[in-house]
Every structure is written in C-alpha cells, then in structure tokens.
Design a protein around this ligand. Structure first.
Ligand code: BDR
Ligand code: CA
Length: 313
C-alpha cells in the first residue's frame, strides 16, 4: 500500500514534536505533504518556529512549514506555557531553524492541497486547536468532501478536562472551530484524553528513547523529562502522557487502538462547560454518530512502534 498523504496541523509543543518525528520516521506509511502551524500551546510565532526546529532535528529541512491562524475564531488565545515552557519546546537544547517558513498562509495551503489532489486521498492530522481546519472549511466548503479523514487529538469523556474541569485544551482553546469540524460530515477519528492518558512515558520507556544513541532519541528524552514534571505535580502521575503521537500511531497502526463510532457534540454555549466534548459513549441518544471516539490502546505496542520509528531518524 502506498503511504497515506497527510497534512500535520500542529502547535508544537513537545508531544506535537514527537508526533512529527513519528511521521517523519515512517515514510513507508506516511507522506507528509506539509505542516501547518496554529496558535495553541504557545503563540503562532513560536509554534511555526518549533515545527521547523523539529523538521531540522529529523534531518528533513525539505518539509514545507506554513503559518496558519494566530488566534481562535471568536475569542482570545489561551496558551499552555505552564505545561510546555516559555518556548513551547522547553527541555532539549535545539538550534534555531535555518529552513525557511513558507510564504503561503497555512489555511490556503490546506485548501489548495485538497483541491489539487484526487478527492479522498489527503488526511488531516490535527494536533492542536482546530482553528486552521475550521477556517479552511468555512472559506472553502467544497473541500469537506475531498478530505479522506481527519484524525485529531482532542476532547475527553471519562477523563473530562485538563484545562477546565470539563474541557480538554485543544477543544477549549477554540470550541467554535471544533464545532465546525465535528459538524462537517467528514470521517473523523478522535484521540481523547481517555486514551492518551494511557500512553505514559514511564522511566524505562524514556530510557529506551535516550538509549537510541541518536540526537532525536536524546531530544525526545529531554522533552519528556521537562513536561512530565507538570503531570507529576498536578495529577500525582508516575509518568507523562504522550498525547499527540497517538494520532500518528493510529494512522500507522490502527489495530493498536479500540473505540466506538458515536455522536460527539461540542459545548459552545455554557461558560461552565465551554469546550466540553459531549460524547454519547453509551449511545443514550438518537443523535447520529459522527466520529470514531477512541477509548483504549495497547501501550506496549504503541511505544514499540514509536521507539522503532525514532531509531531511524
Ligand atoms: C493537548 O494539548 C496540548 O497541550 C498538547 O500538545 C496536546 O495536543 C492535550 O490536551
Ligand atoms: Ca498539541
């Protein structure tokens, strides 16, 4: 089977960085057409820069990186330096990128790519707030039927919230954008906190990254060392979750994951529960299913895959 053509929409972020590295270490499975940065974990000027830092770390300065939207559709940007550090990529000591940022706006790149490729052959992997995707869908509604699939990290049902008691960060930052995406009719796969909180980088797993002996392994281990302090302090967790790489792992090895095809709606009206993913996991309504909502993964298989692919870079 030929590799899946993808656009990675992202707000790096250490876990976004690992997701990008997983993609770039998997050329037989994934053809990265471009990376579009969005404001999220840190402002856009940092997320687009971090995306380029990661491409250079992977030895892939040829990957095209585009800057997309610098703020959510209808509200001020909320960021997460408390998790990811001031740069968004705190931990490893990585050089500033030399590769250029593309001139085209990220949203224009998404629209143009979907219009110029055969319909049903381009998948969107979303690792941050959904502002770029929603803007593209609003500006060019014709692209909805051209998208093969959207695979996104966001939301939660059993784990509920990590930025408010009710909401996960990516959805909370731009709930109106998430609402547009979930109502688009596109085939959507959701990797919520319910599953990403089971992808824990334990000490032996982080040692395995460091023991790879390449710059990528050392950088990933340093990133984990940095952001795990947050989960340890906040949740008393023994290890940090690797959220965004679950999106790429699902694309490469979907059999590692299990979930349900259910109805998922986004709360956009209540301040108390703003950005909540109201997931009908128990199918207690007759609302039409619109997303495959993942609930579990084989964590050993996930880390085996990730470690093997990072070893190649
Ligand atoms: C999500 O929020 C960000 O902090 C991470 O990069 C991930 O995409 C987890 O809630
Ligand atoms: Ca992210």
């Amino acid at each position: 089977m030929s590799p899946r053509k993808i656009i990675i929409d992202t707000d790096p972020g250490q876990d976004d960085a690992v997701a990008i590295l997983l993609a770039l270490g998997s050329p037989e499975d994934v053809d990265v057409l471009g990376i579009t940065a969005v404001a999220g974990n840190v402002p856009l000027d940092l997320t687009q820069k971090n995306a380029r830092i990661v491409c250079e770390l992977a030895g892939r300065p040829d990957i095209r990186v585009f800057a997309g939207c610098d703020h959510p559709l209808g509200r001020p940007l909320v960021t997460a330096e408390h998790v990811h550090g001031k740069s968004g990529l705190d931990g490893p000591d990585l050089p500033d990128p030399v590769m250029p940022l593309q001139d085209m706006h990220g949203v224009d790149f998404i629209i143009e790519t979907l219009r110029t490729h055969e319909a049903g052959t381009v998948t969107l992997c979303a690792l941050g707030p959904l502002t770029n995707l929603a803007t593209a869908l609003q500006r060019a509604p014709d692209i909805a039927q051209r998208v093969q699939q959207i695979i996104l990290m966001g939301g939660a049902y059993f784990e509920v919230g990590n930025i408010t008691p009710a909401a996960e960060f990516n959805i909370y930052v731009d709930p109106e954008a998430a609402d547009v995406v979930f109502k688009s009719g596109i085939d959507i796969v959701v990797l919520p906190l319910d599953v990403t909180h089971k992808a824990l980088v334990t000490a032996p797993r982080n040692d395995a990254f460091r023991d790879l002996g390449n710059p990528v392994g050392a950088a990933v281990a340093d990133m984990t060392d940095f952001f795990e302090r947050f989960d340890k302090e906040k949740y008393g967790a023994t290890a940090a979750p690797l959220h965004d790489p679950c999106v790429l792992a699902y694309l490469i090895s979907p059999y590692i994951f299990t979930g349900r095809f259910i109805n998922v709606e986004i709360e956009t009206g209540s301040e108390l529960t703003m950005g909540m993913t109201v997931a009908d996991w128990w199918r207690v309504t007759d609302r039409a299913p619109n997303a495959t909502f993942i609930g579990d993964l084989d964590a050993e298989a996930f880390f085996d895959l990730l470690t093997e692919r990072l070893a190649r870079l």
